[in-house]
Design a protein around this ligand. Structure first.
Ligand SMILES: [Zn+2]
Length: 192
């Protein structure tokens, strides 16, 4: 592959992201006793899938902030649909804030294991912007990781969680999706 052909200036960020995926993929999926996976097949990120997810998450009719609940729900549905294609089990964790229902989206792999690894990223944005860096890239990583984890033999259960309401006005409050999810894990004495 000729790298000069694929690293155009506007694609640098995408390329860096893909590079991160590949490094992560090798780290997660390589052989060795310390790795979380015990199978031998090597899976790498697919640039076409990365672009597809980033586009779907950022090129939305409305901005995916807390005010646009329909848009947030549409994005949550997209994440759920993708998770559901690959995960052992996929669900919403719903909760109410100021009369509106917000949703974390969760999918699990290696559910035969008791000990659990949580990997999360938030899918809402701060105000009126597309939020590619903050944080469509993180959510895209979750979606592509889901594809890469499918069918792998795992030493741990892995839960991928797309959080809602990370951004203001809920930042650092008990209404954050990550807070709600972490509280659920703690209240149920789940071994993370
Ligand atoms: Zn953020």
């Amino acid at each position: 592959m000729n790298l000069k052909n694929i690293i155009k200036p506007t694609r640098k960020k995408l390329f860096l992201l893909v590079g991160l995926f590949i490094i992560t993929g090798v780290f997660l999926l390589g052989s060795g006793k310390e790795n979380i996976l015990i199978q031998s097949s090597r899976v790498v990120a697919d640039t076409a899938m990365v672009k597809k997810h980033l586009t779907a998450l950022t090129q939305t009719p409305q901005f995916r902030n807390h005010k646009n609940i329909d848009q947030l729900n549409a994005v949550a549905d997209y994440i759920h649909q993708t998770f559901n294609t690959y995960g052992d089990s996929t669900s919403y964790q719903e909760y109410e804030v100021d009369g509106k229902v917000y949703k974390n989206v969760i999918t699990s792999f290696g559910t035969e294991n008791t000990k659990r690894i949580i990997i999360g990223a938030h899918y809402d944005v701060c105000g009126d912007q597309q939020g590619a860096d903050d944080n469509a890239t993180g959510v895209t990583a979750l979606l592509e990781l889901a594809r890469m984890l499918k069918g792998q033999k795992l030493n741990y259960r892995v839960d991928l969680v797309a959080y809602t309401l990370e951004e203001p006005p809920y930042f650092r409050t008990e209404n954050m999706g990550s807070y709600v999810h972490a509280k659920y894990l703690k209240d149920n004495n789940i071994d993370v």
